[in-house]
Design a protein around this ligand. Structure first.
Ligand code: BDP
Length: 332
């Protein structure tokens, strides 16, 4: 045969390759994992994913390689999440925000102001709360290998600084794909538009939306700061991200390979968190130098109070989440 199975299998996502090999009764001894990433080269998450890929290749002696597709070239995040669930993509570096529609457990971290600080988020995600959310993800076909930092998201727009919830009134704000974020904006009297990340810049430039919300590195790396010059540090969402693997791809690995992949992801997360803090500062300096008007929201209490209906509706619709949310609120 001039097409050895291992060579054909190499070109397929691992989950499909494993199925293929099974029908042929041949073990997959080499696989290339296709990994989705929305960020550009040089972004902390991209650099950390490169480290992940390097470690996996090195520790498996090249048996498992990771091919990174940066800049969202393989499609939008909501689509990529579905593809990872189905095993059409092996790996995804996802924000948990847009995962809520297919993995309800992740919605807990998308509640505005649920975490009090980034260190608290780390402790929660690296402990029991992260495990519980990871279990919910596994039930839906996604293995959470490690948690990445995504800082805190704040509002930016082209109209005015935001200091109180009333300042959001009447603004058209782009949000990530999740009804929770629509509710969050509506609770302040704004108009929410869920939209793919790749479309935001043009929508800001053409006035389809007045603003959006994101952490400093993404506000800067996307050039959104050039179109929306008021950046108001409301820090209303602290949503972690994951290095995620399709459960199908994961199940096709040997226990030893799984161990290598997981360890590599965790090591990359340690690096990502360091790279992240440095980049946050650089991004803030860059946008300020470009003339962005940055204001700190001094009093977050009115924003938190405005979120009461968001919590009420969410908990009424998801009684099974009450315990987890209470645990998160009580966490130190
Ligand atoms: C960035 C996240 C990325 C999201 C993006 C967004 O890292 O995963 O897609 O925000 O707003 O901070 O869509």
């Amino acid at each position: 045969m001039n097409h050895p199975v291992s060579r054909i299998a190499r070109r397929l996502p691992l989950a499909l390759a494993a199925g293929f090999a099974a029908t042929m009764s041949v073990a997959v001894d080499a696989a290339e994992l296709r990994a989705w990433n929305i960020h550009p080269e040089g972004y902390p998450n991209t650099v950390a994913l490169e480290m992940f890929a390097e470690e996996v290749a090195e520790k498996t002696d090249g048996e498992i390689t990771v091919q990174l597709f940066n800049g969202g070239v393989l499609g939008s995040q909501p689509d990529a999440i579905e593809q990872v669930r189905l095993g059409a993509l092996d790996v995804g570096q996802f924000n948990l925000g847009p995962m809520g529609t297919s993995v309800p457990a992740t919605n807990a971290v998308s509640l505005p102001f649920i975490f009090k600080s980034i260190p608290q988020m780390y402790r929660a995600m690296d402990g029991e709360i992260g495990d519980l959310i990871g279990e919910g993800m596994a039930e839906k076909g996604i293995v959470a290998l490690a948690w990445y930092d995504s800082g805190a998201r704040s509002f930016y727009n082209s109209e005015r600084p935001i200091n109180t919830p009333a300042d959001v009134e009447g603004l058209k704000i782009r949000v990530m794909n999740n009804d929770l974020f629509v509710g969050m904006i509506e609770a302040m009297g704004g108009n929410a538009t869920p939209m793919a990340f790749a479309e935001v810049l043009q929508s800001l430039q053409t006035g389809v939306v007045d603003g959006a919300e994101n952490n400093p590195p993404s506000y800067e790396s996307t050039s959104h700061y050039e179109a929306a010059k008021y950046y108001s540090l409301s820090e209303h969402l602290i949503i972690p991200e994951c290095v995620c693997m399709s459960k199908r791809s994961w199940d096709a690995l040997s226990a030893e390979q799984q161990d290598i992949v997981k360890t590599a992801a965790r090591n990359s997360a340690e690096s990502q968190r360091e790279l992240w803090s440095a980049r946050q500062e650089e991004s803030m300096a860059k946008v300020k130098a470009a003339g962005v008007e940055v204001n700190t929201v001094e009093d977050k209490a009115p924003f938190q109070a405005a979120m009461a209906p968001v919590y009420e509706q969410f908990l009424a619709a998801n009684p099974d989440m009450v315990e987890l949310v209470e645990k998160m609120q009580a966490a130190e």
